[in-house]
Design a protein around this ligand. Structure first.
Ligand code: NDP
Length: 434
C-alpha cells in the first residue's frame, strides 16, 4: 500500500487474493523465506509508451500505451489488450495480476499479462481505429512473440482491432505466428474463441447450480454490458431456456421482463458489432423500458451475471439482489463486484463465482488457439466447445477442492485464489530466485 498508494484497483485485487490465501500460505514457511508474495505482487516488467496517430481531420492525437508482463512462471505472458478512456497503470496491473491466477486455473501453460491504452474506439472511424492500432503496435511488437507474450482482446478490442494489430505485428516482426489470439478465422483464429468467455461462464454456472440440484431452464437472469462477453452469455442462456431480462452499456440499461428472444439478441449483436450503436437504440426499436444511467441489479432475478467492467456492482446492489431472491452470481467481467458486495454474497452463502474462475473460458480457448497455431491445424467447433466444457468443469473442481468450508459451503473466491496461487508458487520455487 505504501509503494502503490495511487493504484486503488491494483491494491483491491491484491488484497482480495492475499486475504484468502493466507491460511494455505502459512502452511509453507519456504514461501516466506523466498519472499514469494512480494515477488508475485511486483510485475516482472511494465512497458509504457506514447502512441501518436493522425485523426481524420489531419490532427495528431496522442495516447498512452502499456503492456504489463506480470508473471511467466508457468508459460508465456498471456492476457488481453483494453482500449478505453479509463485505462491507466493501476487498472492494467490489477488485470495482469488476476490473469496470472486465472491462467493457472485453466490447466494450460500460460503466464499472466495485460495491456492497453486510454484510446477509446467509440465514435472513431474505421480508418482512425486502424491508424491507432498500427501506431500502438509499432511500439509494442518488439516486446511480444508466440513464445514470449501473446495478447488478445478485452474491452474495446474485438475482432476488428485484433486484425489491425496482428497485421502490423506481422509486418514489423516479419513472421506469421500465433502472437495474437482472437484472430479472424481466415488467419489462424480458433472457432468458438469469440463465444468462449460467455459460454464458459454459463458452463461454470451450470456446474455450480448442479451442486444444489438446480436447473437453468426458466431461470430469470440479469446481465450487464452488451459487448462480447454479455452477448454470448445471453446467447447460450437463451439456447438453454433461461430468460435474459436485462442488458446495458455505459449509458444505460434495458429491461425486457418476458426475456429477450433470439431475434432481439441478434439485433443487439448487429447494433454493437456492425452499426456500433448504443443499447438505447434497442429500446427505441422494441419499445421496452430503458433507464438512462441505470444498472440491472434492481430487477427481480434468480441469477446475476455482471459482464461489463470492474466495480459495477456495489454493496447496495448486492443487498438488493439478495432481497429480490437472487441465488447465484457468476462474473463475466473482471472484478465487477466490490469487496463489500462480495462480503454480502458470501455471508448469504449463495453460489458466487469470481471472474477469475467463471470468465476463464476466454483465455482457455485462447490457449487452445495457441496450440492449434503451433500445430498449424484447426479443430472443429465441437472439439473446441467440448474442451472448453472440460476446462470449466476442471476449474470448478479445483475451486471446490480448495474452497470447501466446514459447513459444506463452497467459497469459490478462496478456492480459485488458492488453487491458482499454489501452482504459480510451486513453479516459482522450482525455478529459483529470478
Ligand atoms: P466489450 O468492449 O465487448 O464490451 C464491454 C461492455 O461493457 C460494453 O457494453 C460497454 O459499454 C460496457 N462497459 C465498459 N466500460 C464500462 C463502464 N465503465 N461502465 C459501464 N459499462 C461499461 O468488452 P468485453 O465484453 O470483452 O469485456 C467485458 C468484461 O469482461 C471486462 O471486464 C473484461 O475484462 C472481461 N473479460 C473479457 C474477456 C474476453 O474474452 N473478451 C475474457 C475475460 C474477461 P460501452 O459500449 O458503453 O462502453
Amino acid at each position: 500500500k505504501l509503494r502503490f498508494p495511487h493504484e486503488p484497483e491494483y491494491l483491491q485485487a491484491v488484497e482480495e487474493v492475499l486475504t484468502t490465501i493466507e491460511e494455505e500460505y502459512n502452511r509453507h514457511p519456504e514461501f516466506e523465506r523466498y519472499n514469494l508474495i512480494e515477488r508475485l505482487c511486483l510485475p516482472d516488467r511494465i512497458f509504457s509508451f506514447r502512441v501518436s496517430w493522425v485523426d481524420d481531420k489531419g490532427k495528431v492525437q496522442n495516447n498512452m500505451g502499456y503492456r504489463i508482463q506480470h508473471n511467466n512462471a508457468i508459460g508465456p505472458y498471456k492476457g488481453g489488450i483494453r482500449f478505453h478512456s479509463s485505462v491507466n497503470q493501476s487498472i492494467l496491473k490489477f488485470l495482469a495480476f488476476e490473469q496470472t491466477f486465472k491462467n493457472s486455473l485453466t490447466t494450460l501453460p500460460m503466464g499472466g499479462g495485460k495491456g492497453g491504452s486510454d484510446f477509446s474506439p467509440r465514435g472513431k472511424s474505421d480508418m482512425e481505429v486502424m491508424r491507432f492500432c498500427q501506431a500502438f503496435m509499432e511500439e509494442l511488437w518488439r516486446h511480444i512473440g508466440p513464445d514470449t507474450d501473446v495478447p488478445a482482446g478485452d474491452i474495446g478490442v474485438g475482432g476488428r482491432e485484433v486484425g489491425y494489430m496482428y497485421g502490423m505485428y506481422k509486418k514489423m516482426a516479419r513472421e506469421f505466428t500465433g502472437t495474437f489470439t482472437g484472430k479472424g478465422l481466415e488467419f489462424g483464429g480458433s472457432l468458438v474463441r469469440p463465444e468462449a468467455t460467455g459460454y464458459g461462464n454459463v458452463y461454470f454456472l451450470l456446474n455450480m447450480l448442479a451442486t444444489r440440484n438446480i436447473g437453468i431452464k426458466d431461470k430469470v437472469v440479469a446481465i450487464s454490458g452488451s459487448g462480447n462477453v454479455a452477448t454470448y452469455t445471453a446467447q447460450k442462456l437463451i439456447e438453454l431456456g433461461a430468460k435474459v431480462i436485462t442488458m446495458s452499456d455505459s449509458d444505460g440499461c434495458i429491461y425486457v421482463p418476458e426475456g429477450l428472444t433470439k431475434v432481439q439478441l441478434d439485433y443487439i449483436f448487429k447494433l454493437k458489432n456492425e452499426y456500433r450503436g448504443r443499447i438505447r437504440e434497442f429500446a427505441e426499436e422494441y419499445g421496452c423500458e430503458y433507464v438512462e444511467g441505470g444498472r440491472p441489479w434492481g430487477y427481480k432475478c434468480d441469477i446475476a451475471m455482471p459482464s461489463a467492467t470492474q466495480n459495477e456492482l456495489d454493496g447496495d446492489d448486492a443487498r438488493m439482489l439478495l432481497s429480490n431472491g437472487c441465488i447465484a452470481v457468476s462474473e463475466g467481467a473482471n472484478m465487477p463486484s466490490t469487496p463489500e458486495a462480495i462480503k454480502e454474497f458470501l455471508k448469504a452463502k449463495i453460489l458466487y463465482a469470481p471472474g477469475k474462475a467463471a470468465n476463464a473460458g476466454g483465455v482457455s480457448v485462447s490457449g487452445l488457439e495457441m496450440a492449434q497455431n503451433s500445430q498449424k491445424l484447426s479443430w472443429s467447433a465441437e472439439e473446441v466447445d467440448a474442451k472448453l466444457k472440460g476446462i470449466m468443469a476442471s476449474i470448478h473442481e479445483q475451486c471446490q477442492k480448495y474452497g470447501k468450508e466446514s459447513d459444506g459451503y463452497t467459497n469459490y473466491v478462496k478456492g480459485a485464489n488458492v488453487a491458482g496461487f499454489m501452482k504459480v508458487a510451486r513453479a516459482m520455487m522450482a525455478q529459483g530466485i529470478l
